[in-house]
Ligand binder design. Structure first.
Ligand code: SAM
Ligand code: SF4
Length: 356
């Protein structure tokens, strides 16, 4: 039996070497097709939507790769007020998105915890439990995670960024801790969230061994959702300021991102995998390509247009001047074109979580 067939039949049964072999599989199209087949068998030809609200870019952290890091003085900082966030959430709900992601820079402290808690309660008041609410608000203490869960959040996304603590240390200042981030994922599980994490692929110094270990990390932490994407340099960051960025590199970075999706699907089978917006930044059809490589979730931006340019994590963020209604229409056509159906008005919970 070929390695592709073996991976497709039994979940979580490959060795580290075999994962590396798949990540570097010579026929990329065959790899993507095998992963897409597993996705269709497990989940069907369906895509779940999450309306993404980037509600603030003020951040206490200083990750070396991120355009909205604390030390980037060229960013115009904003945080929407509660009414604006709730209005956008309501729009996504009424449009049938079925699910929402609230994301921002990392802020800690009581005032922020209460602010988010109140927003979540207001969203829960109209959406109830049928409207999936994912939050992606960085590292918090367990008490805060618990309060936000009780206020109505169902899922939490916290990327580990890389499973290699040494590589993590090169990408962050000394007071950012890989162990604390890993422990946060465990705290989120204890608080009853569907837990999502992921990594960036194509980071300087990252190897195929690292990426295989990332996929093993997803299994070891028993994650329900994976959100990962290619690393894209941002000129106003320590990591991106001198980075070479050619069309050839963009092509390679896109392919690597798709390979990570495919091998993750071939290994884990039943988790939710998002086709990250960063894929679309590298190729107008990047997200559709992500779906055809095994992803089943897309996060269309529903943030009001005037804020979008201020939430630039990397160069070339797409849909900067489009409004949410335009994004919805254009995505619907693109998804129909690849023969997939959008699960409107459904929470789209992770199958892995439901089987737990
Ligand atoms: N602040 C929260 C956190 O870090 O978990 C949530 C928002 S943060 C902007 C979301 C993700 O953006 C990060 O986990 C990181 O993987 C990704 N990101 C940041 N800079 C990036 C870059 N230059 N290229 C690709 N992804 C990037
Ligand atoms: Fe802040 Fe998240 Fe960017 Fe790090 S990745 S600087 S925590 S917004």
């Amino acid at each position: 039996m070929s390695l592709l067939n073996k991976a497709a039949v039994v979940p979580r049964a490959l060795t580290h070497r075999e994962l590396v072999e798949l990540l570097t599989w010579p026929d990329a199209d065959a790899l993507f097709a095998a992963a897409y087949e597993v996705k269709c068998r497990e989940i069907g030809r369906f895509v779940s939507f999450r309306g993404l609200v980037e509600f603030g870019n003020i951040c206490e952290k200083d990750c070396y790769y991120c355009g909205i890091r604390k030390s980037n003085g060229n960013v115009h900082r904003y945080r929407m007020d509660a009414d604006e966030i709730v209005r956008e959430a309501e729009w996504a709900f009424k449009e049938g998105y079925g699910s929402l992601v609230l994301q921002s820079g990392e802020l800690t402290g009581e005032a922020n915890a209460t602010f988010v808690e109140n927003v979540l309660r207001r969203i829960h008041a109209f959406g109830g439990d049928d409207f999936g609410v994912t939050i992606s608000l960085g590292e918090q203490n367990e008490e805060t995670y618990r309060r936000w869960r009780e206020a109505g959040a169902h899922r939490y996304l916290l990327r580990i960024e890389t499973s290699n603590p040494e590589l993590y240390a090169k990408l962050h200042p000394a007071d950012h801790s890989w162990e604390r981030r890993r422990d946060s994922l465990r705290a989120l599980r204890r608080c009853g969230y569907q837990v999502g994490s992921g990594v960036m692929s194509g980071l300087p110094g990252q190897t195929a061994d690292d990426l295989a270990a990332d996929i093993e990390f997803f299994a070891a932490e028993d994650l329900d959702m994976i959100g990962m994407g290619p690393y894209i340099p941002h000129a106003e960051t320590p990591l991106g300021k001198d980075a070479l960025w050619t069309s050839e590199l963009r092509k390679q970075r896109l392919e690597l991102g798709l390979r990570m999706i495919a091998v993750t699907r071939l290994y884990l089978h039943d988790v939710n995998i998002a086709a990250a917006t960063a894929l679309q930044a590298l190729d107008p059809e990047g997200r559709e390509k992500g779906l055809l490589a095994g992803a089943n979730v897309i996060m269309p931006n529903v943030t009001e247009t005037r804020y979008r340019a201020d939430y630039q994590l990397y160069a070339g963020k797409p849909c900067l001047n489009e409004n949410s209604a335009l994004c919805r229409g254009c995505l619907e056509r693109r998804i129909a074109a690849i023969g997939e159906t959008i699960l409107w008005n459904r929470r789209g919970d992770s199958l892995h979580w439901r089987r737990r």
